[in-house]
Structure formats: structure tokens, C-alpha cells
Design a protein around this ligand. Structure first.
Ligand code: ADP
Ligand code: ASP
Ligand code: MG
Length: 445
């Protein structure tokens, strides 16, 4: 069984969806196809939820109408036979009626999750009907029946497998299943999401759950690039990444993958292929345990970082002090990303500031605390990176850009810098020139 995930832009129009169906038909064997919502739809649903929370029904009705027209137009372009078209439109209307019913009631987190995942719900339904219309036999699976993910950090993929396997009833060697990405059932048995961009994570959870042979993530770019193509010119697709390299880059902000995409499949050693829906003939990127090339691979950036400095004269190197500091973060269930220490101070970073006030309150007794928001971690990744002689060039960045923290040597595969977010793009661009362009021998992609 293969898992094929198609992201928002891959299913953003009738033409793209027709292209997706021809890609699926060209891939042999049993497949589960995981779809996102059409591009832009989840953003609209996020807006809708804000209006819903504020009780602004005029505004949310405008959004509902927009979404309805968008999906009806899609359906008209995909399904021309009047009978099939009418039947599918009836189903679509039923979904919209359910949405309207939710919006008549009070706001709740469950209502919000139902709304946010509505784009996936209706698109998978339309896609499945379209395939049926072109005689492409398929089974639509409701992800809420099996995507039980109580703990987002450690999904119980065995449980997902136990729930999913009985639903895979088609015995044909090229059985095709369609399901929704992004949605999950949480530890209270209620609908929730895998967070924004979560359909990639859906794909790898499913892959691990059923021991898939491979996972293909189809998107709008020809693989994992060596820097963020939204901010940096002359980036290249990388042919191969190790699981660890890809996990690090995704966690540290590379938008092409949801931060947790890689972890479910590492133990089972299931390769992930990143492919471009619009140029399927290109190689893309293979993420696996068998990586032959070493050295510098890529740079990524994660925003929304808060730096906390604890300065104390009585302190740091006294044994037990760091433990007490870390216990505060543990108590408030907040992960630390970067740490640097000196004799009298420790600086560390977090991205989840939900419990920041309580953390600061608890830290106060240990010394003088300084908090700086709006920072970005720049992450430079590659197997054996710090042994490479060109890596030293990265320190030239210190001449041009104020760097708040550097983490070097924690692993030989990674160096991280903390800069103010206003300097992020400049840092990415300058590092690209220093590390990829001004080097003695080219990086092999
Ligand atoms: P999808 O809708 O298919 O999930 P996303 O928009 O989430 O697609 O991810 C693809 C986008 O990620 C690309 O179009 C590109 O702009 C952006 N991106 C950021 N960093 C990278 C990178 N290192 N390599 C490739 N794409 C990247
Ligand atoms: N549709 C969801 C989002 O936009 C999930 C995804 O696309 O991966 O966040
Ligand atoms: Mg995405």
C-alpha cells in the first residue's frame, strides 16, 4: 500500500484536480489518497471561526456563500453529466446545511474543529464523486473513524492501524481509497485538527499505521529546497535527505513539511518522496535512512521565537541550578528549543508562549529575567556539517547581523542561530551566499 498526499495548491482548481487523478492512475498498486482542502479554503474557515466567535453572522454568511459558490463551480467543471452533477450538488448542500446548523449554536472548540476541517470534508466528497464519474473506482473513507490521535507529539499509529485495517475491504490489487487530511479525534474522543499544514502529518501517521511501502507528498514545488524559496533566490531541490535532516528542517520552519511529518515513519523506515504535482516527471526529494551524500544540505527558519535570559550571580555552575530551571519549563509543559550558557547567565528559547506568564513567575526567584519576543531560529542542517571546512564561513554573518544566540556542537549535523525576525530574510540570503555560493567545491544536490 502507498500513501499519496496532495496539498492545497495541487487540488486548487478543476484543472489541477484532473491532473491529480491522472497522477493517481499512473501509480500502480493499492493506494490511500489523503487530500487537503482547496488552497485558500482553510484560511477562509479560520476567518469564519473568528466571526463565529464574535457572533458576527453577517460576515460569516458572506464567507459561507463564497465557499459554496467556489465548490459548486468546481463541481460543475468536474462533473458534466446532469444526473451525477445534481446528486453531488445535493450532497454538497447537505454538508453546507450541517455547517449552517453548527453556526446557529454556541461557539465551542468542537464546533471550531468541525468548521476548520470542512474544506477537507467537502473536497474529498467531490473528488471521490468525480473519480466515480470518470469510472475510476474508489472508496471514500471518513478519517474520523480511524485517525485517533490522543497525543499530538507521539501518535499511537498502531491504534490508527487497528481502526483503519477493517475498513480497507477492497481486495483488488489496485484498490483506491480517498480520505481527509488534517482531521483527528483527540483524547476526549472529540474532533480536532493536526494543526495547520497537518495533512502531511496525516499521511505519515497513516503510512506507519498500515506499514505502507512509501509515502508520496505531492505539492507545488519540485522537492525540498536548500533554502526557503519564498525569500532566497537560486535555491535548489535536494535529491536525498536523511530522516533526521528532514525532521530537523521541518521542525525548524521549512514550510514544505508540517513540523512533525517525519517522526511517525522513522522507526518503520518508510521512505517519503516529495514530488511536484505540476511537473511529475522531475525526481523530487527522497527522505529515507539510506542517504549517501554528507555535508551541508539546507537552511530553514522558524518564526515566533521568544528568548528568555536568566541572570544570577549565585548561580549557574552551582550544581542543580540548571535542573531547577528546566523543571519550571517541564512543569508548564513548554519545550525548549535552544540553550546557551555563560558563567552568570543562561539564555533559552521557546515557541509556545501559552504559559509564559506562569513560567516567568516561577523563574523570578532564580535571578533577573529578560524576555525578548519576535525572534527567529535559523537552522543549518547536514550530516557531519560541522566537520566541513566551508561551515566556518557561517560565522562571517556575525560581522553583518546581530546574532542573539548560537548553538554549535550539540550535534555534528546542525548549527542554529537566533536572530530578530526583522533580520530573518537578510540572514537567510547572506547565509545562502556564504555557504552555498561562495565555497570551494559545489554542494552536490
Ligand atoms: P501544500 O499546500 O502542498 O501542503 P505548502 O504551501 O504547505 O504546500 O508547502 C509548499 C511550499 O513551501 C512551497 O511552495 C514553498 O514556497 C514553501 N517552502 C518553504 N521552504 C521550502 C523549502 N525548503 N523547500 C521547498 N519549499 C519550501
Ligand atoms: N487544509 C489544512 C491547512 O491549510 C491542512 C493542510 O493543508 O495540510 O492547514
Ligand atoms: Mg503544507
Amino acid at each position: 500500500m502507498k500513501i499519496l498526499k496532495f496539498g492545497g495548491t495541487s487540488v486548487g482548481s478543476a484543472t489541477s484536480i484532473k491532473n491529480v487523478s491522472s497522477i493517481i492512475s499512473s501509480i500502480e498498486g493499492e493506494k490511500i489518497v489523503v487530500l487537503s482542502a482547496m488552497s485558500g479554503v482553510t484560511n477562509k474557515l479560520v476567518e469564519l471561526c473568528l466571526f463565529f466567535k464574535d457572533g458576527n453572522s453577517d460576515q460569516f454568511h458572506i464567507i459561507i456563500n463564497e465557499l459554496k459558490i467556489k465548490h459548486e463551480n468546481l463541481l460543475d467543471e468536474l462533473i458534466s453529466s446532469s444526473e451525477n452533477n445534481e446528486n453531488t450538488k445535493t450532497d454538497l448542500n447537505t454538508h453546507f446545511t450541517i455547517l449552517e446548523e453548527i453556526l446557529k449554536r454556541d461557539y465551542s472548540e468542537i464546533a471550531e474543529a468541525k468548521i476548520l476541517t470542512f474544506g477537507e470534508t467537502i473536497l474529498t466528497m467531490i473528488f471521490s464523486k468525480y473519480l466515480e464519474f470518470i469510472d475510476f473506482q474508489n472508496t471514500l473513507l471518513d478519517a474520523k473513524k480511524f485517525m485517533v490521535v490522543a497525543n499530538l507529539e507521539f501518535p499511537d499509529t498502531e491504534k490508527v492501524g487497528r481502526l483503519l485495517k477493517p475498513l480497507l475491504k477492497n481486495t483488488s490489487s489496485d484498490a483506491l481509497y480517498i480520505t481527509q487530511g488534517f482531521v483527528r479525534i483527540d483524547k476526549f474522543n472529540k474532533i480536532s485538527t493536526l494543526k495547520r499544514g497537518g495533512s502531511d502529518f496525516s499521511a505519515t501517521i497513516l503510512g506507519a499505521a498500515i506499514n505502507a511501502t512509501e509515502i508520496q507528498i505531492w505539492t507545488d514545488i519540485n522537492g525540498f529546497h536548500n533554502n526557503d524559496p519564498r525569500y532566497v533566490e537560486n535555491t535548489h531541490a535536494i535529491k536525498e535527505l536523511s530522516f533526521e535532516e528532514a525532521a530537523e528542517l521541518a521542525y525548524f520552519g521549512a514550510k514544505i513539511l508540517h513540523p512533525q511529518t517525519v517522526s511517525p515513519v522513522i522507526e518503520k523506515n518508510i521512505p517519503i518522496y516529495l514530488k511536484n504535482t505540476f511537473t511529475p516527471e522531475e525526481d523530487g526529494t527522497r527522505i529515507s535512512s539510506e542517504v549517501t551524500s554528507h555535508g551541508l544540505k539546507a537552511i530553514s527558519a522558524k518564526d515566533g521565537i521568544t528568548a528568555i535570559k536568566i541572570k544570577s550571580n549565585r548561580m549557574l555552575m552551582a550544581h542543580g541550578f540548571l535542573r531547577k530551571i528546566f523543571e519550571v519549563f517541564d512543569l508548564h509543559e513548554t519545550a525548549i528549543d535552544m540553550i546557551t550558557t555563560s558563567e552568570i547567565a543562561i539564555s533559552l528559547t521557546i515557541d509556545d508562549t501559552r504559559n509564559l506568564d506562569a513560567i516567568l513567575n516561577d523563574l523570578e526567584s532564580y535571578g533577573e529575567i529578560t524576555v525578548e519576543t519576535d525572534h527567529s531560529i535559523i537552522c543549518i542542517v547536514g550530516e557531519g556539517l560541522i566537520d566541513e571546512k566551508n561551515t566556518a564561513n557561517l560565522f562571517e554573518i556575525l560581522k553583518d547581523i546581530p546574532v542573539r544566540m548560537i548553538s554549535y556542537g550539540g550535534s555534528i549535523n546542525n548549527v542554529s542561530l537566533l536572530v530578530s525576525t526583522q533580520n530573518k530574510i537578510r540572514t537567510l540570503q547572506e547565509l545562502h551566499i556564504k555557504l552555498f555560493e561562495n565555497r570551494n567545491e559545489p554542494v552536490l544536490f
